[in-house]
Design a protein around this ligand. Structure first.
Ligand code: TMP
Length: 237
């Protein structure tokens, strides 16, 4: 598939048009950003590792009949994806209290929640991605009630799949963010699923295996991304 004009360049990815108007090439950069783009960094092979992790997780979800925009991996840092009309809502699923949640509600960091929490944020950097609920989404036309119902069902299903997937690798999926879009009449998961958009902790040691190492200057972000990829693809479990 030939890469054509650049369609959009984000903080960690670039989208290119292709000769097929229904398909895009998503390229992962070596860049990292945090706190609404105010903190920036990069490391060698980050794009390659992110592409490999996203490819593995999208393929895994497809095996469980969870629809995603993923079509196939192309090069080291690129995947072919369906072109979507994005729903401007970030969907966060939380299993363990940390960061914003722990602070806002004064819950002990690391507490396993009695039930998973699904939260919605309006995707708008200028507004700082404010939290919304389903009713805001319908009222302001970001998504229909039916789409929000489906989004919530798919997010819960992904959470159930990920909990056991990561548990078998000795890891806890603390929280993660999904984005959804429409491809014709189909509602599918878009964007990426990588350690940039998840929190993953080692079950035994509590070691953080995600972008928090960069956010909070914990060091070794390059090593944990590689270790996470190795554990994800390990066939022993
Ligand atoms: P939070 O605790 O900062 O709200 O983040 C919850 C999860 O969602 C965490 O795994 C990181 C991910 N996330 C993103 O991928 N993009 C974002 O813009 C935000 C706010 C969170």
């Amino acid at each position: 598939m030939e890469k054509k004009d650049l369609l959009y360049e984000g903080k960690a990815k670039i989208l290119y048009l292709t000769e097929d108007t229904n398909l895009l090439i998503q390229q992962f950069k070596d860049d990292l950003s945090a706190f609404n783009g105010t903190k920036k960094g990069n490391f060698k092979d980050k794009g390659k590792i992110s592409n490999a992790i996203a490819t593995y997780l999208f393929e895994y979800l497809e095996n469980y009949h969870v629809p995603t925009h993923f079509v196939k991996q192309l090069g080291d840092t690129e995947m072919l994806v369906k072109r979507l009309e994005m729903i401007p809502v970030e969907v966060v699923v939380r299993n363990i209290a940390t960061a914003t949640l722990a602070k806002t509600y004064n819950i002990e960091e690391g507490k396993v929640l009695d039930y998973p929490i699904i939260e919605y944020y309006l995707k708008d950097d200028n507004l700082g991605d404010p939290m919304i609920n389903e009713h805001h989404a319908y009222a302001m036309g970001f998504a229909t009630p039916e789409e929000m119902r489906l989004i919530s069902r798919v997010a819960s299903k992904v959470n159930a799949i990920f909990k056991s997937f990561f548990a078998r690798r000795g890891l806890s999926i603390v929280d993660f963010k999904l984005e959804f879009g429409k491809h014709g009449r189909d509602l599918v998961i878009g964007d990426e699923i990588t350690p940039d958009t998840c929190r993953i902790w080692d079950k035994k040691t509590g070691k953080k295996m995600d972008k928090d190492r960069f956010r909070y200057d914990m060091g070794g972000v390059d090593k944990v991304y590689q270790e996470l990829l190795d554990r994800i693809v390990s066939t022993a479990v």
